[in-house]
Design a protein around this ligand. Structure first.
Ligand code: ADP
Ligand code: MG
Length: 383
């Protein structure tokens, strides 16, 4: 068992070294050059792989950056803590344990999770859940309501049918698609506030909170980091980036927006202080059949990946749960409707990248986003 874990750890380190890890690069100036990792004796007791601390003294901000990385939530997690000296390992323990605790409640593929229990009891009985899962489902339903079901947390059966991002990814038969989309309807999710239960009315229904879970968990991690006394930190859950405060020298964080066509490049960067940036796009998980790309943001009405000439949508918001939910919701709304919707919201901004490499952003990003990639062009929506 231990050998497997060590093998996984070695694999993780290799991937991290090869890929530079982040989809959105936190503070490119402070990118770790290499990872100093040891096989910690703790590793064999954890369910997930995790690196030891990498410590960098940062002259510019006159502080010490302590970084640890893990593989959780099916993705790479990077936590950068800024302090006067090295951040203690226990502070990272709390962070990674919190992520694990929440994953164990929310993941539909973990059999004992609350969400898996809800799914197993679809069409049978309401399932009592804890405050967190209940809150997350309620939040998901808000996004379903504003998009009239374009965003739908009961998309589970369709996600399973396509299997995008898994070994079984394939284009389903049309008859299977019809059968499956008949099961998807957020209005068939019955909540009971008094008893805090969740009931999926139809057998075969399945919740999938994949479109909002990472943002929600990032907010919980931020609460821990703040509670630990840090005033400067970057939380990166597989590209879902949430910043804590600003750099120790009062400068804004500089967060890269990924080039949808090249995971090693960025389109430009965002200056952020204490807020979140989350992107949804056609590049996260997908497969090709011939020239056709099938990606993982599905349209519950057609049963196919959403086709709307967008490559990605990035949302800047205070809470990462809002950003995560909205990035997927606004992606399915498309450019025109999504732009107008974000304009109607307070303290939320959006950046759209179309399939013609045109970047559109809401007015609040004018002084926040800097384009650095010559393959892209910024245009105004013209109203
Ligand atoms: P990522 O998981 O890469 O951060 P998103 O936040 O956009 O990307 O979430 C995509 C995931 O959300 C999919 O993998 C799937 O689990 C789920 N999903 C796909 N289509 C929808 C949809 N229309 N509404 C709600 N969730 C969806
Ligand atoms: Mg999302």
């Amino acid at each position: 068992m231990k050998n497997i874990k060590i093998g996984l750890l070695a694999g993780l380190i290799l991937i991290l070294l090869l890929s530079g890890c982040q989809k959105q690069l936190p503070d490119p100036e402070a990118e770790p050059e290499n990872l100093q990792t040891n096989e910690s004796s703790d590793v064999s007791e954890q369910k997930f792989v995790r690196t030891e601390s990498k410590v960098v003294k940062d002259k510019k901000t006159k502080s010490t950056i302590t970084t640890q990385e893990s593989f959780q939530l099916g993705t790479f997690i990077t936590i950068n803590l800024y302090a006067d000296g090295e951040a203690p390992n226990e502070d990272f323990d709390r962070i990674f344990n919190e992520i694990e605790r929440l994953e164990d409640l929310i993941s539909k593929s973990i059999e004992t999770s609350e969400v898996a229990q809800i799914n197993k009891n679809a069409g049978i009985a309401p399932v009592p859940v804890g405050e967190e899962v209940y809150e997350l489902i309620k939040l998901g339903l808000e996004f379903s309501n504003v998009s009239s079901g374009g965003f739908d947390i009961s998309v589970g059966p369709l996600v399973d049918l396509w299997g995008i991002g898994t070994e079984s990814a394939h284009v389903p038969e049309q008859s299977e698609i019809y059968e499956t989309i008949a099961l998807i309807n957020y209005q068939d999710i019955e909540l009971d506030d008094a008893n805090r239960t969740v009931f999926l009315k139809k057998k075969g229904m399945e919740l999938d909170l994949g479109a909002i879970a990472k943002g929600y968990i990032a907010d919980k991690v931020k609460a821990i980091i703040t509670d630990e006394g840090y005033t400067s930190a970057i939380i990166n859950l597989g590209g879902n980036v949430l910043t804590v405060g600003h750099k120790p020298n009062s400068e804004a964080w500089n967060i890269g927006v990924r080039d949808p066509q090249d995971e090693h490049k960025i389109v430009g960067s965002m200056k952020l202080k204490g807020n979140s940036i989350v992107s949804s796009g056609i590049y996260e998980r997908y497969f090709f059949v011939g020239d056709t790309r099938y990606h993982h943001i599905l349209n519950p009405k057609t049963g196919y990946p959403e086709e709307n000439h967008l490559q990605s949508v990035s949302i800047i918001s205070e809470k990462s749960a809002t950003g995560d939910g909205l990035s997927t919701t606004v992606f399915v709304m498309g450019l025109e409707e999504g732009y107008k919707y974000v304009e109607s919201l307070d303290q939320v901004e959006a950046l759209f990248i179309t399939d013609e490499n045109i970047v559109y952003m809401t007015p609040g990003l004018q002084d926040v986003f800097t384009l650095t990639n010559a393959s892209y062009e910024v245009k105004s929506m013209g109203y």
